[in-house]
Design a protein around this ligand. Structure first.
Ligand code: HEC
Ligand code: HEC
Ligand code: HEC
Length: 91
């Protein structure tokens, strides 16, 4: 019972801390990348994987950092897109 109450409190806390849109769009010259931020947050259950320590906010990404963060996890977990055109969509 105590655990249930604690879990409920954590859910309320987590949702109030999440101000990001459900879908995040990252600009890229070769086609913007759109991904489900909510699904990633729910699945990975750890904001710091992408945001690093501290309060989640803006992330400085470029080709190298973006691929190391996003593409490497998809490759390692064999889930999520790894082909250029599956992330970079021409608008
Ligand atoms: C798969 C990686 C990933 C995970 C996991 C993730 N985020 Fe994000 N989040 C991003 C990216 C990428 C952006 C866009 C950053 C930018 O525009 O600089 C973003 C944007 C945000 C923003 C808006 C920042 C701004 O100032 O525009 C907030 C707030 C945020 N995330 C909170 C969270 C929280 C809270 C969690 C955990 C529950 C979380 N994120 C988990 C990748 C992630
Ligand atoms: C730690 C692992 C991990 C990281 C980091 C991660 N992803 Fe994913 N991603 C996944 C998994 C697992 C799936 C498949 C989940 C599903 O399809 O429900 C996925 C699915 C996707 C999809 C297809 C479904 C959707 O969300 O639209 C896109 C696009 C995507 N990821 C983009 C990104 C981008 C862009 C980043 C970096 C900002 C990123 N991912 C970071 C694990 C990760
Ligand atoms: C998992 C998603 C994903 C896949 C797959 C992917 N990229 Fe990216 N790519 C990104 C992210 C995220 C960024 C950083 C965007 C940003 O600056 O915010 C990026 C950035 C880039 C940039 C720099 C764009 C700019 O405006 O400076 C180039 C070029 C690029 N990718 C080419 C490729 C090529 C070529 C492939 C296939 C071999 C590929 N990408 C596959 C997610 C992906």
């Amino acid at each position: 019972m105590k655990n249930l109450v604690l879990a409920a409190m954590l859910v309320v806390f987590a949702s109030s801390a999440t101000l990001a849109a459900d879908t995040v769009v990252l600009k890229a010259k070769n086609g913007d990348i759109s991904f489900n931020h909510k699904a990633h947050s729910d699945n990975l259950k750890d904001c710091t994987i992408c945001h690093g320590p501290g309060k989640p906010g803006k992330i400085e990404l470029d080709k190298e950092k973006g691929h190391a963060l996003c593409k490497d996890c998809h490759t390692k977990s064999a889930q999520g897109p790894t082909k250029c055109g599956d992330c970079h969509k021409k608008g």
